[in-house]
Design a binder for this molecule. Structure first.
Ligand SMILES: N[C@@H](CCC(=O)N[C@@H](CS)C(=O)NCC(=O)O)C(=O)O
Length: 205
């Protein structure tokens, strides 16, 4: 497997899950500072111009949630998806929130050009980020069990996703100390060997 990534991005969630599943993988750096995500070479890997992208023996996968589900499916012994259909759907609900709401709110900081043409509108989108990300964080703090894992007693795919995404919070102007459950989760989960391995590889920012 080959993971196309940039440091500090949501690709970190995939790296953690690959380590948890003990699946060997190579890293391919996509250099955002050189806009490599928009190069013809990378657009052949992912026409959306985003990371993560995972090269598998069958082809290339994109979208963090889909890639995480694939890792869990090819490595069921890692136990990353709850057996209960209801609990699995709850987990995917959290992953859907991280993808569709949390990540999009975060993207307003540097990617305002996706939604706005004028600098003043982009500046306004950026200025909203501390407020919108604090609201997203408050929702997660209130709704997630985090005891000690995101969904409760056992690790699931929501954990690497949540860990990689909440790493953005200080840079987004969110005071994490106001969210004790999430702060404890970050300390606890950050000590796992899989997370430490991804940190050592420079994948998590
Ligand atoms: N829904 C996608 C979003 C991926 C995404 O937006 N990744 C960001 C990094 S966190 C990216 O590659 N941004 C590059 C850009 O917008 O140019 C997923 O979860 O995989």
């Amino acid at each position: 497997m080959r993971l196309h990534y940039a440091p500090g991005t949501i690709a970190g969630a995939v790296a953690i899950a690959l380590h948890e599943a003990k699946i060997p993988f190579e890293l391919v750096l996509v250099d955002f500072s050189a806009l490599a995500q928009r190069s013809p070479e990378f657009l052949r890997i992912n026409p959306k111009g985003r990371v993560p992208a995972l090269e598998t023996p069958q082809g290339i996968l994109t979208e963090t949630g889909a890639i995480l589900d694939y890792i869990a499916a090819i490595c069921p012994e890692a136990g990353l998806v709850p057996d209960s259909a209801y609990e699995a759907a709850q987990m995917r609900g959290v992953m859907g929130y991280l993808n569709g709401t949390f990540h999009v709110a975060h993207a307003h900081k540097h990617r305002g050009h996706r939604w706005a043409k004028t600098k003043s509108t982009m500046d306004e989108l950026t200025a909203m980020v501390p407020e919108t990300m604090t609201a997203c964080t408050a929702y997660l703090e209130a709704e997630l069990p985090l005891a000690p894992f995101a969904m409760g007693a056992a690790q699931t795919l929501a954990d690497p996703y949540l860990y990689a995404a909440t790493a953005w919070l200080p840079g987004d102007g969110v005071d994490l100390s106001a969210f004790p459950k999430l702060s404890t989760f970050r300390q606890f989960y950050g000590n796992r060997p899989a997370v430490q391995a991804a940190i050592q590889q420079g994948i998590l920012g």
